[in-house]
Design a protein around this ligand. Structure first.
Ligand code: NAD
Ligand code: TDX
Length: 352
């Protein structure tokens, strides 16, 4: 049985991964979740797992920047893989308060890498894996008039936000561990995810929540920025494939070939919800707003045989239904702190 240290497992993608992996007995793995439970992490996302999988699932509240906590986990559970989901993940917050992004995303990744290297004897490195979960945002922005160009693994890193710059730093550090020590690292860079359990500060759940409450739906700038959407369970299958069969030292892009302008996606969501387009309100643009992301996932497909299996319209409608059926979850995860941030971005237009 593999033991995997899953950091940030109480967040959106992490909790989807934990549920997905535990639901596959053939995966035969024990998952040790380490999560600080910031505003974005929610134990409710993992509810019931301790009872259903008492021998395969363990939760520890803690900070990936805390070397003692991380060392204790390595000693107690002896994981042979690390999946680092833990991060400050919201671009808008990184514009308001960059320091926490540097701390968790850079220092936290550095702490995990150092602990893994210290605890894994070199002779075990052919069986051990450190998977850094990164993002397409590290590549910067693509021109909107060149649909033929997409991000490949060879696209130079050119991050623009404090968030993406901190993720790019973590990627470089991870790669340096491979290049310097021969340490068994892997890096994945995925496009925008959607699905259940996403914190409602991100575009899709924010639009759904506001529209359900007949509140205005804020669109940054002209709404023509393009994002490339992937259903979260397709991200999970890709991570599993990379963890199981990826070549150490490699980077793999993950994406679903579903580019959409924000305004078109928002209109689709309003139609599914049967709400009027008059709810749309154009607001101040995000500073440094990347124009277009698009992922070329050809390497993952040709080398590891991965394919996304979700139909976009079907999964978008399912996602809307999930939030409709989980309005209590939506209201519970929103804290006073979230409302204050909302105010800073939308009512005070990025002012302190
Ligand atoms: P999220 O914000 O929903 O979850 C992050 C989790 O990390 C939370 O549970 C939080 O409590 C935890 N965390 C934060 N700081 C921590 C710390 N110092 N120590 C321990 N735990 C800490 O994020 P998400 O959307 O699930 O993203 C997960 C990962 O995937 C991130 O690394 C992100 O950069 C990457 N990613 C996200 C997307 C996307 O569309 N959401 C796309 C590509 C890559
Ligand atoms: O209210 C909004 N109005 C709006 O127009 C919000 C919250 C967003 N937007 C725009 C900004 C982006 O162009 O929608 C697009 C998507 O925004 P986010 O949901 O904030 O995602 P993005 O900035 O693209 O980053 C996401 O994808 C890559 C995740 O948050 C990152 O963690 C991931 O790395």
């Amino acid at each position: 049985m593999h033991t995997i240290l899953v950091t940030g497992g109480a967040g959106f993608i992490g909790s989807n991964f934990v549920r997905w992996a535990l639901g596959r007995p053939e995966a035969n793995c024990k998952l040790v979740v380490l999560d600080k439970l910031t505003y974005a992490g929610n134990l409710e996302n993992l509810a019931g797992l301790e009872e259903t999988y008492p021998d395969h699932y363990f939760f520890v509240r803690g900070d990936i920047c805390d070397g003692d906590t991380v060392a204790e986990l390595f000693e107690k559970h002896a994981p042979n893989a690390v999946l680092n989901f833990a991060a400050e993940s919201h671009v808008d917050r990184s514009i308001l308060d960059p320091m926490e992004f540097v701390r968790t995303n850079v220092l936290g990744t550095a702490t995990l890498l150092a602990a893994a290297r210290r605890h894994w004897p070199e002779e075990s490195w052919d069986r051990a894996r450190f998977l850094q979960i990164s993002t397409d945002e590290v590549y910067g922005s693509l021109p909107e008039d060149r649909p033929d160009i997409k991000f490949t693994e060879d696209t130079p890193l050119a991050p623009h936000s404090p968030y993406s710059a901190s993720k790019a730093s973590a990627d470089l550090l991870t790669q340096a561990y491979h290049d310097t020590y021969g340490f068994p690292t892997l890096i994945t860079r995925c496009s925008n995810n959607y699905g259940p359990y996403q914190f409602p500060e991100k575009l899709i759940p924010l639009v759904i929540r506001n529209a359900m409450n007949d509140e205005s739906v804020p669109v940054y700038g002209d709404g023509k920025n393009v994002r490339d959407w992937l259903y979260v369970s397709d991200h999970c299958t890709a991570l599993w494939d990379v963890l199981s069969t990826g070549e150490p030292g490699s980077v793999y892009n993950i994406g679903g070939d579903r580019e959409l302008r924000n305004i078109d996606l928002i209109r689709m969501l309003l139609d599914i919800l049967d709400k009027p387009h008059s709810l749309i309100e154009f607001v101040n643009d995000r500073p440094g707003h990347d124009r277009r992301y698009a992922i070329d996932a050809g390497k993952l497909k040709s080398e590891l045989g991965w394919e996304p299996s979700s139909d976009f319209r079907e999964k978008l409608a399912e996602t809307v239904n999930w939030y409709r059926e989980h309005t209590e979850w939506l209201e519970r995860v929103i804290s006073g702190e979230y409302l204050a941030t909302y105010d800073r971005i939308y009512r005070r237009g990025w002012k302190e």
